[in-house]
Design a protein around this ligand. Structure first.
Ligand SMILES: [Zn+2]
Length: 183
């Protein structure tokens, strides 16, 4: 199931400008397909950077503010799991990497409510940036993940990998847990 983020009508006069904005949204990987997660993995210098973009449905099961204590608990659990970069991702040992930080953004989190006006049917994402520092980044050859294990609703991962050895697109299907870093 592929769904667009909004279904607002664009007045004809605004179409030219709107197309440009649309293009920008697409350039930011603003696709939204339930069950699919996008990963951007890059090695630059001694840094391994991972950008994760997921529909909330894939990691939470709903895409609106929580309404019950149980739903609020689900949100807290999801946020804690997504922030746990050292559990979610394991660069192979040769890289000697250490997890440094995760930065998480979602319209679900208080303070960023621009995307969540009530009463509209729409789709919400969560974006997380992870950073690892690696003593031997050039020796990295694989990156393992626990996304399928920790989030049963994720069925596929579309990944883009950019390293000094080259660039690739990789599609992982459950239960494949390893990305190649081109080694
Ligand atoms: Zn959705």
């Amino acid at each position: 199931m592929i769904t667009k983020k909004t279904s607002r009508r664009i007045p004809a006069a605004a179409l030219a400008a709107g197309l440009m904005m649309w293009g920008t949204a697409q350039a930011h990987g603003d696709k939204h397909e339930h069950g699919v997660v996008h990963l951007d993995v890059a090695i630059e210098g001694d840094t391994l950077a991972i950008q994760l973009e997921s529909p909330l449905d894939s990691v939470l099961g709903f895409e609106r503010q929580p309404r019950t204590p149980a739903e609020r608990q689900s949100v807290d659990r999801m946020l804690a799991t997504l922030r746990g970069g050292a559990v979610l991702f394991t660069p192979d040992a040769r890289g000697q990497c250490r997890f440094e930080e995760a930065q998480l953004e979602s319209a679900l989190i208080a303070g960023s409510s621009t995307d969540s006006a009530p009463g509209k049917s729409e789709h919400l994402d969560v974006d997380v940036s992870y950073r690892f520092r690696c003593a031997a980044a050039a020796d990295l050859s694989t990156l393992s993940h626990q996304l399928f294990a920790l989030f049963p609703r994720i069925q596929r991962i579309d990944a883009q990998v950019a390293t000094p050895k080259g660039q690739s697109r990789q599609v992982l299907k459950r239960p494949d847990a390893t990305l190649s870093l081109g080694g």
